[in-house]
Design a protein around this ligand. Structure first.
Ligand code: 13P
Length: 340
């Protein structure tokens, strides 16, 4: 019974040309983005911002599922409608971030381990009760001189797999997110090498923890050079390197790969996803989808700036980005969409 529901949710999350909207910034992360634009860092400002997002007209045309943060899943619109109900009424599946953040990994300078397994079974049960049908856990892999270490990769892969198994036990689809960061001057080839090693470790651990691959979504980074790398590849080179890496390391049983945006400019994230679908959509076993936070939200946040009067224009910008990413899933995104 639970297994069937998990399979159906996983399929629904990557069905057609829709994708996920990540709106699960923790309080410190949300505050950092508000502070950069001079927006007050208050509970009410964060709530109003999330209300602007979830009430965006026709959002459900482009977005299959939205990832909430613990505080947000408990919140409601000013009129008192819980955000979970707003999403369900819009045809959007509610999801929840359940990790407790990436902390320093002992004995491994500059490397991170994601915490949050203690008490997770009970938290998942209560989120499921509140209407969540999927969950997300993010592992952070930092590329650098001599890192990532095998110890860091294995520790994060095991945590992801234990989280994923607990999700499925609770009837939730795990969105498994191992993110190789874009920070640094590493080359695209180095990112490909690290991403492949991480994915192989993650799928080995998912197997050992008996996770049903058909009932999960992978949320990885695209294969990209570091932001400070002197050689920046073309869009087609990114698409080729990314799909090549995933073909090597991601089992065909996984229904969908929903990329994170990782700080790429919004339009570039759409262009790169589009190129992958143009070149490979009919030749890969999984959906090539999106689960963007910044690449969908940032233009809208810059318009909203904490002002109620800016809500309609911000919602228009949010919808536009989601619509571009939806077109990219079909391989039909064009630069002209940006000027329409
Ligand atoms: P970005 O798309 O901004 O990388 O965020 C995705 C996400 O959910 C990070 O955990």
């Amino acid at each position: 019974m639970k297994a069937q529901a998990i399979l159906e949710t996983a399929q629904a999350l990557v069905a057609g040309d829709k994708g996920l909207l990540a709106m699960d910034e923790s309080v410190p992360t949300c505050d950092k983005r508000f502070a950069a634009l001079g927006i007050p860092q208050t509970d009410e400002a964060r709530r109003a911002y999330r209300e602007m997002i979830v009430t965006t007209p026709n959002l459900g045309d482009c977005i299959s599922g939205a990832i909430l943060f613990d505080q947000t899943i408990h919140q409601a619109t000013k009129a008192g409608v819980p955000f979970v109900k707003v999403l369900l009424d819009a045809g959007i599946i509610p999801g929840i971030k359940v990790d407790a953040g990436a902390k320093d990994l002992a004995g491994h300078p500059s490397e991170k381990i994601t915490e949050g397994l203690d008490g997770l079974r009970d938290r998942l049960a209560s989120y499921a009760q509140m209407g969540a049908r999927f969950a997300k856990w993010r592992a952070v892999i930092v590329p650098g001189d001599g890192i990532p270490s095998r110890g860091c990769i294995e520790a994060n892969a095991q945590a992801l797999a234990r989280y994923a198994a607990l999700c499925q036990e609770a009837g939730l689809v795990p969105v498994v997110e191992p993110e190789v960061l874009m920070d640094g001057d590493h080359t695209m080839a180095r990112c490909a090498q690290i991403t492949e090693e991480v994915l192989r470790a993650v799928f080995e651990q998912l197997y050992l923890q008996r996770v049903m691959l058909e009932g999960m979504i992978l949320k990885p980074n695209m294969v990209l050079p570091g932001l400070a790398c002197s050689t920046q590849p073309t869009v087609d080179e990114v698409a080729d390197a990314t799909v090549k890496c995933f073909l090597r390391a991601v089992p065909a049983a996984v229904p969908g790969i929903a990329f994170l945006s990782g700080g790429q400019p919004s339009e570039l994230a759409s262009v790169r996803l589009n190129a992958m679908n143009v070149r490979f959509k009919t030749r890969v076993p999984w959906a090539l989808a999106f689960s963007f936070a910044r690449a969908i939200q940032q233009p809208a946040l810059e318009i909203w700036r904490g002002e109620a009067a800016n809500v309609p224009a911000a919602q228009q910008a949010l919808f536009h980005r989601a619509d571009c990413d939806r077109a990219a899933r079909r391989g039909e995104y064009t630069a002209a969409m940006e000027n329409a």
